[in-house]
Design a protein around this ligand. Structure first.
Ligand code: FES
Ligand code: FES
Length: 172
């Protein structure tokens, strides 16, 4: 008989109770137990980054984590980016506008990598974005368009933050 343990996970703000083998990976739980198939699995060895999700806001390889390790963490998958009505997020729209995807296999990983990075480093330079993006693999795009997409999203977020600050300042 396979050992199972009870694990509680918070994924995209929803709490789940699962009876799973202690060594079941977070990637397998997300895809097979919770049906969140937006998290892709490529190498299963921590190399390609296709399985990147956010764990307490930080990008992490879901294929390298046991689900039981992240019991008390907030996990976000690519499904959390779009609004409840399915409207794409600003980052997703930038990927579309800059052709930051072709086959799309790597895209969920890049999106979550960029989402976590920009939350921590909203003022990131293009060079810093290039360095971060290099940690995931893409066979199709040549990376340039991915960098363009993330860089544009960062600029737009800074511009809208500045506009909000200007508006708040002018109403004081
Ligand atoms: S599938 Fe996790 S890093 Fe490749
Ligand atoms: S778009 Fe095909 S692997 Fe990146």
């Amino acid at each position: 008989m396979t050992d199972v343990q009870l694990v509680e996970l918070t994924v995209n703000s929803e709490r789940h109770e699962l009876a799973i083998p202690p060594r079941r990976t977070l990637a397998d739980v997300l895809r097979h137990d919770l049906g969140l198939t937006g998290t892709h699995v490529g190498c299963e060895h921590g190399i390609c980054g296709a399985c990147t999700v956010l764990v307490d806001g930080r990008p992490a390889r879901a294929c390298l984590l046991f689900a039981a390790q992240v019991e008390n963490a907030e996990i976000r998958t690519v499904e959390s980016l779009a609004g409840p009505d399915g409207e794409l997020s600003d980052l997703q729209r930038c990927f579309g506008e800059h052709h930051g995807l072709q086959c799309g296999f790597c895209t969920p990983g890049f999106l979550m990598l960029a989402e976590g990075f920009l939350a921590e480093e909203p003022g990131a330079t293009r060079e810093e974005i290039r360095e971060v993006v290099a940690s995931n693999l893409c066979r199709c795009t040549g990376y340039q368009t991915v960098v363009d997409a993330v860089d544009d999203c960062a600029s737009r977020r800074r511009a809208s933050l500045q506009a909000a600050l200007d508006t708040a300042g002018s109403t004081r």
